[in-house]
Each structure stands twice: as structure tokens, then as C-alpha cells.
Design a protein around this ligand. Structure first.
Ligand SMILES: Cc1cc2nc3c(=O)[nH]c(=O)nc-3n(C[C@H](O)[C@H](O)[C@H](O)COP(=O)(O)O)c2cc1C
Length: 363
């Protein structure tokens, strides 16, 4: 059914403005009937951050910013869905156009700027589905005009803890000026200390919600040293590697490569895989990683896992390949496990990390 849906809708969607196409996709998702997800092979199950993921393929943040359709996405076969980024107050984001397809490169540039309905509305939606199960992470950000950005994260940890399977502290979106500065050593240390404190404050009522940190692919390796050091010191449960990049690889061929914003999709794949491997060797098993950036096939998913990712997420490739890709990736991963006689993906997480970090830097 998904394949037929993709065949019908993909050519049509590509003719629309990218943001209109996204809106239409969200509307279509909400119409998907409430059938339980298909049985997964237990071989695809992953245990990470104290959670049991039925499969390792997640919907990345930014697709369902307002928690309008997490259950439909879970039913379509995602092992987990990350909603957001959410900010305490609603925000309109940057003026349109702000989302661009780089069709010849199978990439996307966006400068959305955290457009979202705000924490109160999103909380109401998540509370209404709270007893349906499934892993739904909440990705939190700061309002553009906030006088105290750290307080924005802290407040949302307290607000969302009862309904979040995990939190993602997003300090890596390039479209809120200055946000990425929160990745710098002292600022990050203060932020994470206060986020973890907030989590502890609500632990007795909301339980122990894992906190993950999402980073940019544009950090230098010295900066990554500091980020991983701080994350380990503060007892963070995991990291998501990576957000979109401000870089523009020389290989890009599309006419709109000079649009401002973060680049994602296939042109991000090599850089984000390198960052996963660089992070993996620094983390030394202290916590698991989610790998994201340009995953558009089973092979690309496998590369992220072998670079050090226990779980993966994707977004941009859905624009080009459709929702059938989720099933395709899972079936490819399962074939690899069967062929190599392994019981679970955990056996190959990080298998190539050392080798990847020794290669030339991807340009
Ligand atoms: C249109 C768009 C909006 C996004 N919004 C967010 C966001 O709000 N928060 C966030 O952490 N990441 C956001 N991302 C980044 C994705 O979650 C992901 O890290 C990145 O796109 C790389 O994955 P991909 O190549 O599979 O798209 C957004 C990406 C796109 C394309």
C-alpha cells in the first residue's frame, strides 16, 4: 500500500513548492487508519538509553515539529519518532521560501527557523496520545528572542517529562542566530548541568527520561573533544550526530546551492558518517549514538551503524524516495544480519569507526 501511495504521490509532490508538499504529506499522514504496526523481526530490536526500540530506523526531528502525526509515522514502520524542535512560545519562523530541494544532488536546504506551535499546544497533543505506546522523543530548542535560552530548555524538560520517551537538546540548528554557540565548552557545561538538574527534579513524578545531545557536523575536532568531554562528565545518555551543515560540498550541481540555511540529504552523508565515527571513538562506549545525515538506502544505514550509530534517523531522503524507504532499509539490514549469521545489529556498531577516522577528511 505504501509503495502504491509513493508511486501516486511522489511525482505530484515534486511539482509543488517544497513546503506546500510537506504540508500535504502531513495532512495525508493524519488520514492513515489506526492499524497496529506490523510485527518486526526481533533481530532488528535495539536496546539503548534504557528504552526498547522495535527497530533502529527513526523519523528525524523537523518533519513532525508539532506532534501532529507521531502515531501515523510509527504505524508506517518507524521504530521511533522525534517530534520538534519545540520552543516554549509559538514561533512563525523565517519568511518563505525557506525550504529548497536540491534535486540534482538529492539534497535539501532549509532555513525554517524553528517554526512551531509552542510547548503548550504540543504538550496537549502528546498528552492525548500518551497511552498509545511507541517511542516518541521530544526535541527542544530555544525561542529566537528569548532573554534566557538555557531557561527555555530547562522549562521544557520539566513540562514534557511526563510524555517524552526521551529528550533531545538541540543546540545545533543553524537557523536561530547564536544557537550553535551553546555547543562551546563552558556554555554547554552550564546548559547540560541545568538540564540534568531539571530532569532530576521531575524524576519522582515523571520517571527517568533519557537526555540526548544533538550536534552540528561543522564542529572542529577540538570542539568535538570538548563536547564529548562535557557530555560524559554531565552524564548525558546519548548523542545525535548530526544536524544539517552550513558547508557546501564542491560536488553540488543544483542551481540553488547558495540559498542560506542548513544542507541535508545525500550531500551530508559522508560528513555526518565521519562525525559519527569521530564521536564514537571519543565516547568510548559511555553512551550510544544516533546517526543521521543523508541516509537514503540500506547501505547508507549500514555505514552509519558501522561508523558507530546504534540507531539511525532520516528525513530528507523521504522527499526523493518516499515512505517505502523505511521498509526497504529494515529489510536490507535484516538481510545483512541473516547473511552474516548475526543475531543483532549491536554486533557491528562501530566496526569501521577506527578505519573511517583514518581516512582523508570528506570535502
Ligand atoms: C526541513 C527540515 C527541518 C528540520 N528541522 C529540524 C528541527 O527542528 N530540529 C532538529 O534538531 N533538526 C531539524 N532538522 C534536521 C534533521 O533532523 C536531520 O538532522 C538532518 O536533516 C540530517 O538528516 P537527513 O539528511 O536525513 O535529512 C531539519 C531538517 C530539515 C530538512
Amino acid at each position: 500500500m505504501i509503495r502504491a501511495f509513493d508511486a501516486l504521490t511522489l511525482p505530484l509532490m515534486r511539482r509543488l513548492d517544497a513546503e506546500d508538499a510537506h504540508r500535504l504529506a502531513m495532512r495525508g499522514l493524519k488520514l492513515i487508519p489506526a492499524a497496529p504496526p506490523r510485527e518486526e523481526s526481533p533481530r532488528l530490536a535495539v536496546r539503548a538509553f534504557g528504552l526498547n526500540f522495535p527497530n533502529p530506523v527513526g523519523m528525524a526531528a523537523g518533519f513532525d515539529k508539532n506532534a501532529e502525526a507521531p502515531d501515523a509515522l510509527l504505524r508506517l514502520g518507524f521504530g521511533f519518532v522525534e517530534i520538534g524542535s519545540v520552543t516554549p512560545l509559538p514561533q512563525v519562523g523565517n519568511p518563505r521560501p525557506r525550504l529548497f530541494r536540491l534535486a540534482s544532488d538529492e539534497g535539501v536546504i532549509n532555513r525554517m527557523g524553528f517554526n512551531n506551535d509552542g510547548a503548550e499546544v504540543v504538550l496537549r497533543r502528546l498528552a492525548a496520545r500518551a497511552n498509545r505506546g511507541g517511542i516518541v522523543g521530544v526535541n527542544v530548542g530555544a525561542n529566537k528572542d528569548s532573554p534566557d535560552r538555557v531557561a527555555d530548555y530547562v522549562r521544557q524538560i520539566e513540562i514534557f517529562a511526563p510524555v517524552a520517551s526521551y529528550f533531545t537538546v538541540n543546540v545545533s540548528s543553524p537557523n536561530t542566530p547564536g544557537l550553535r554557540n551553546l555547543q562551546q565548552g563552558d556554555m554547554l557545561d552550564d546548559l547540560l548541568a541545568r538540564v540534568v538538574e531539571a530532569r532530576e527534579r521531575v524524576r519522582s513524578s515523571a520517571g527517568d527520561t533519557p537526555v540526548l545531545l544533538k550536534i552540528a557536523p561543522d564542529l572542529t575536532l577540538n570542539e568535538l573533544d570538548d563536547v564529548v568531554h562535557v557530555a560524559r562528565q554531565r552524564g548525558i545518555d546519548g548523542m545525535i550526530v548530526t544536524n544539517t551543515t552550513l558547508a557546501r560540498p564542491r560536488t553540488l550541481r543544483s542551481s540553488n546551492v547558495d540559498e542560506q540555511g542548513g544542507l541535508s540529504g545525500r550531500p551530508l552523508a559522508r560528513l555526518s558518517t565521519r562525525m559519527v565515527a569521530e564521536t564514537y571513538v571519543r565516547v568510548e562506549g559511555a553512551f550510544p549514538l544516533i546517526g543521521v545525515g543523508g541516509i537514503d538506502s540500506g547501505g547508507a544505514a549500514l555505514m552509519k551503524i558501522r561508523a558507530g550509530a546504534s540507531l539511525i534517523q532520516l528525513y530528507s531522503s523521504l522527499v526523493y524516495k518516499g515512505l517505502g524507504l523505511v521498509h526497504q532499509i529494515k529489510s536490507d539490514l535484516l538481510s545483512v544480519l541473516r547473511r552474516t549469521g548475526r543475531d543483532s545489529l549491536s554486533e557491528i556498531v562501530g566496526a569501521d569507526a577506527a578505519q573511517i577516522t583514518a581516512e582523508d577528511w570528506p570535502v
